[in-house]
Design a protein around this ligand. Structure first.
Ligand SMILES: [Zn+2]
Ligand SMILES: [Zn+2]
Length: 120
């Protein structure tokens, strides 16, 4: 079995032994090949999982920064944004300034309508 794992699956002896060792710690005294492969995947994927979650927190941070910018009105920078431009659906201004806005400052697209928005 060890030879099969190492030969066909490209496992190194080190990883194979590590997988078997982990399985034995968990009480698998006679692990079958599926157990070993599953455990191998867990060992193998760990760094990838961390990498992915780091990416997620990075994009959450960016999302957060983006939301913070969006929350404040881009014109007066005092009021919270509470006007949604249509049809482009940008949300970058307070209603007081949105009333006089004919073109969306983000996409430079004509504003045909606006919707008052409420947070919460
Ligand atoms: Zn404003
Ligand atoms: Zn727009």
């Amino acid at each position: 079995m060890k030879a099969v794992c190492m030969g066909e699956m490209g496992f190194t002896a080190e990883i194979f032994n590590e997988a078997v060792y982990h399985l034995k710690l968990d009480g698998y005294h006679h692990p079958n090949i599926e157990d070993i492969i599953r455990r191998f995947d867990q060992i193998h994927k760990d760094p990838a999982v961390q990498y992915t979650s780091a990416q997620i927190s990075e994009s959450l941070y960016e999302e957060n920064q983006r939301l913070k910018r969006i929350v404040k009105c881009s014109k007066c920078k005092i009021n919270d944004s509470n006007a949604l431009f249509l049809p482009c659906a940008h949300h970058v201004m307070c209603i007081a300034f949105a009333h006089d806005t004919k073109k969306c400052p983000v996409g430079n697209r004509g504003v045909s309508d606006g919707v008052r928005t409420f947070l919460g």
